[in-house]
Design a protein around this ligand. Structure first.
Ligand code: MSP
Length: 516
């Protein structure tokens, strides 16, 4: 049976242009999706846009456009970002699609049938920016008397008829669920936060609104529209064909292996979502990973400060693969991190151009010059050759484990041990000297290096698909020989295979480009 892997990004609010936070969440999923495909899994990778609710309705009104036209335009910007970033999602969902409306109304019906929802009235605080209800005790009152949520979002008082989900009844079952599935929430520090929130007691959750219109109507009571988070979270099952559950993609892919989210929206994913699902008689997902937030040169990113980082500008300045590499290399995944141009340039120049690029470039140029532009003869490997090659051939097992806990920076660190070891091998073996003294040994050394580079390039494909592909092209590795099945000595390069003319893959970022 084929192994399956289903992963999702949050669906993004279409109130705004895409920024680095959106690019980061989806990038992490893209790398994992690519990794799993190369590792033989049948993968479903879902992303999309969250288009209902008061916040989007308000943004459309501010722009003087009807919400449908507004969401069409902004949703397209998120699709465009996917193209620029070379994301490999299999599906892009919009909550305004009919397939989604069908799914949300069906989950609602199931919740009603099981008596998990009842009609009452809500009076309390609501933050439009977070699309979240807050208890008085969670709020802070500023000097101007204005109340704000822990996220800093302003709250407003709301009083209206509302349906409620019996969340309070789920406290013990959620706590048991976390206990039985210790890897449901990663990183572990986030699990502790969630457990302490749930242990503190849960209130029933308002799940419908009546004071605006932009949403999915409640079945049988269209004075109400569904709470945007119930609507949005359901996208993860719409994406696999819910309400059809017996056959098709739901049967194949659900429960999802991973919902990747930012730390700010963990509560919705790790508390409300499994409760909704269990209450509707559906299985909860296997994991929610909450990543950290980026600051910009030490400052919190905010529209009012005007320091929002546009991922498209970064890509124009530094190139796509260096940006993809940097975002996952710079910060231990799960922690907050700081974006700085200097840090970007340092990594680009030292780790990509000097370490990896130079390794490939000098090896391939020596082969072009001294081995007639063909994969050199293997000759006889020494113990040291074998030991060196073994390291690179065996990298995959550690990489697999680190990928399975979303430790992207550790994956890259370990691959770079292989890169640096390879540069050390070049320096120690000095093949340029061997060219005159012992051409047969030179051929072996260059062969061993080419094999090491083949392994490294296979492994860096999920992070830097284009650059890694170019390195594999220069080793004449066939397109259909680039999955992880081809790691190891059984699929080693064939001596005598003609190689194309080598060219650099990782340009240095020059000081003269800094201001451009
Ligand atoms: N629509 C909801 C998600 C619904 S999922 C069922 C939402 N949308 S969002 O557009 O606000 O999502 C933003 C995503 O980007 C979140 O995962 C958030 O954590 C992430 N980021 C926003 N700013 C960020 C940084 N400065 N740094 C890293 N990620 C950040 O929430």
């Amino acid at each position: 049976m084929t192994k399956r892997y289903y992963l999702t990004t949050p669906i993004y609010y279409v109130n705004d242009a895409p920024h680095i936070g959106h690019a980061y969440t989806t990038l992490a999923c893209d790398v994992l999706a690519r990794f799993k495909r190369l590792d033989g899994y049948d993968v479903k990778f879902l992303t999309g846009t969250d288009e209902h609710g008061q916040k989007v309705e308000k943004s459309a009104a501010d722009a003087g456009i009807d919400p449908k036209t507004f969401t069409d335009t902004v949703s397209q910007n998120f699709r465009d970002l996917c193209d620029v970033m070379n994301f490999s999602h299999d599906d892009f969902i919009r909550t305004t699609e009919d397939r989604h409306k069908l799914a949300v109304q069906e989950i609602w019906r199931r919740l009603i049938e099981r008596d998990e929802i009842y009609l009452d009235a809500y009076s309390g605080w609501y933050a439009v920016r977070d699309e979240a209800f807050y208890a008085e005790s969670e709020l802070t009152t500023g000097a101007d008397g204005k109340k704000t949520a822990p996220s800093g979002a302003e709250v407003e008082w709301v009083e209206e008829p509302s349906y409620f989900f019996r969340l309070s009844a789920w406290q013990d079952r959620l706590l048991k669920f976390y206990q039985d599935h210790p890897d449901f929430i990663l990183p572990k520090t986030r699990l502790n936060e969630v457990v302490s929130f749930v242990s503190g007691g849960l209130m029933d959750l308002s799940v419908s609104r009546t004071t605006f219109k932009w949403g999915v109507p409640v079945p049988g009571d269209d004075a109400h529209i569904m709470y945007v988070w119930l609507d949005a979270l359901t996208n993860y099952i719409t994406g696999v064909g819910f309400p059809e559950t017996e056959t098709g993609e739901y049967a194949k892919f659900w429960p999802a292996d991973l919902h990747m989210v930012g730390k700010d929206i963990l509560r919705f994913h790790a508390v409300y979502w499994p409760a909704f699902l269990m209450a509707a008689g559906l299985e909860p997902p296997k994991r929610v990973f909450a990543h950290g937030w980026w600051t910009n040169e030490g400052e919190k990113i905010s529209k009012s400060v005007g320091n929002v980082i546009d991922p498209i500008e970064l890509v124009e300045k530094y190139g796509l693969d260096p940006v993809r590499y940097f975002l996952l290399r710079e910060v231990p995944f799960g922690r907050d991190g700081d974006f700085s141009h200097q840090a970007m340039i340092n990594r680009m120049n030292s780790e990509l151009a000097n370490d990896y690029g130079n390794l490939a470039q000098r090896t391939l140029s020596m082969i072009a010059k001294n081995c007639d532009g063909k994969v050199p003869d293997r000759g006889n490997f020494t113990d040291a050759d074998m030991e060196f090659l073994n390291y690179n051939q065996n990298l995959i097992s550690g990489v697999r484990q680190d990928m399975d806990r979303q430790a992207f920076n550790e994956v890259l660190e370990n691959i770079w041990v292989g890169v640096r070891m390879s540069n050390g091998y070049v320096d120690a073996q000095a093949p340029w000297k061997l060219a005159k003294e012992d051409p047969a040994r030179m051929a072996t050394v260059l062969y061993v290096l080419a094999e090491a580079i083949r392994h490294l390039a296979l492994l860096t494909q999920p992070f830097m698909p284009e650059a890694s592909g170019k390195i594999l092209d220069q080793l004449s590795v066939a397109d259909n020989a680039r999955t992880f099945e081809y790691l190891g000595p059984d699929h080693a390069l064939e001596p005598g295979t003609p190689l194309p003319k080598p060219e650099g893959v990782f340009p240095r970022f020059l000081d003269s480009e800094k201001e451009s």
